[in-house]
Design a protein around this ligand. Structure first.
Ligand code: FAD
Length: 386
């Protein structure tokens, strides 16, 4: 049964993440936001603690703690540094997708290196300049040769593109229209012909690099193919179902941190001779954020629990991501309002939370795409019931 309280082992993973975030991420988060760059050292320490393979089997180097523990850990990490957390979530997603769809040889070769930090982190290369919400319209292609495959094309917006040691890359392997023409490949970051582009200048998550990736006739062996030829789109969609639990957790963590900060500030800040927390207008903002973030957390935990039980969770993961990202964004905005002018300055972290959380409504499927996933499932179930 789904328990609202974490089990002892789930709580242990969440505590590990919380302590790591307090010790390693907190002293660097504000500076990382200003300087940008890639938090390689923090990620190496995350790997040592097992945070790059939370839901990965122990014999592949993971900590095998399950999807619920993963969600709880991501919430704790994101409360402190969304930039480092997004690299961790994508890397976990890559480790999980190889665990699920890889051959035994692929699993043994790559997953321990992802969990242990030997690849620094993993990257997920699906989007292109002309193919975002509609990845099936991608142009990157892989052509079969006697020796394997030749990969050519360009990806865009790739998280950790500057440093990831291994990417899952999606490419067309036939001219057939639609998603059956797409396959997935494992491509090392240092393979000849892989060119990492310059990081984008983003509104937030400055400590997460987001880059183009070019593939100039990259030669791959047959062992680079992940899953079967033509099954790549299905693999991407299944990976994104799990990924959306990670992004929903990340958003929830940002919202909770901003709300906690605002509540502390409201108790201290005095106007009209009283703490502003005594004004009902401030109390109601805090109450709305607390309620909505609690609901977000429950949606996240339900989706994670379904995943852990091996049940279908596509719709629930989309609901969690849609609700958590939208409500957490509002909660961060309310936190700025509670702080007034100070909230709008870099003296306090709430403006960073707002900038960092904004992209959770966009990546791994925009809010509009989540609504399509949810309504499609709802209408299918309704029609099956009649
Ligand atoms: C910081 C960052 C990191 C990212 N990391 C990665 C990564 O690691 N790997 C990766 O592969 N991708 C990554 N992405 C890409 C991300 O997943 C895409 O940006 C996202 O899927 C949206 O695609 P798009 O930007 O091309 O927008 P578009 O698809 O052009 O959408 C533009 C607008 O149109 C709306 N829209 C599109 N189609 C429909 C429709 N059918 N119905 C209603 N509305 C619609 C969208 O919701 C949106 O509001 C990242 C993006 C960012 C910003």
């Amino acid at each position: 049964m789904l328990s609202i309280e974490p089990t002892e082992s789930q709580q242990m993973i969440a505590d590990t993440a919380r302590q790591f975030a307090a010790r390693v991420l907190a002293p660097r988060a504000a500076e990382l936001d200003v300087s940008g760059g890639f938090p390689a050292d923090s990620l190496a320490q995350a790997a040592e603690l097992g945070l790059l393979g939370i839901n990965v089997p122990g014999d592949l180097g993971g900590v095998e703690a399950g999807a619920v523990a993963y969600a709880l850990a991501v919430i704790e990490l994101a409360k402190v540094c969304a930039s480092t957390t997004v690299a961790i979530t994508v890397s976990n997603m890559v480790a999980e997708v190889i665990t699920k769809f890889g051959t035994e040889a692929q699993r043994e070769e790559h997953v321990p290196k992802l969990c242990g930090g030997d690849y620094v982190v993993g990257g997920f290369a699906l989007s292109e300049a002309g193919a975002g919400s509609d990845p099936a319209s991608m142009r990157t292609k892989a052509v079969k040769t006697d020796r394997g495959w030749v990969l050519s094309g360009s990806k865009l917006w790739i998280t950790s593109g500057t440093d990831a040691g291994l990417f899952v890359v999606w490419a067309k392997t036939s001219d057939a229209p639609g998603s059956r023409s797409i396959s997935a490949f494992l491509v090392k970051g240092d393979a000849p012909g892989v060119v990492r582009g310059k990081p984008e200048h983003k509104m937030g998550q400055h400590g997460s690099t987001t880059t183009p990736l070019d593939f100039n006739d990259v030669e791959l062996g047959d062992d680079a193919l992940l899953g079967e030829v033509g099954h790549g789109f299905k693999i991407a969609m299944m990976a994104l179902d799990g990924g959306r639990i990670g992004i929903a957790s990340l958003a929830t963590g940002c919202g909770l941190a901003a709300t906690d900060f605002a509540a502390d500030y409201a108790r201290e800040r005095r106007q009209f001779g009283k703490p502003i927390a005594s004004f009902q207008a401030i109390q109601w903002m805090l109450a709305d954020s607390a309620t909505e973030l609690d609901a977000a957390r429950l949606l996240v935990l339900r989706a994670a629990w379904l995943k852990e039980q091996g049940k279908l969770f596509t719709r629930e993961a989309s609901m969690a991501k849609l609700f958590a990202s939208e409500r957490a964004h509002t909660a961060c905005d309310r936190a700025i309002q509670v702080l007034g002018g100070y909230g709008y300055t870099r003296e306090y972290p709430v403006e960073r939370y707002l900038r960092d959380v904004r992209v959770t409504r966009i990546f791994e499927g925009t809010s509009e795409i989540q609504r399509i996933v949810i309504s499609r499932d709802l209408l299918r179930r309704q029609s099956a019931a009649h």
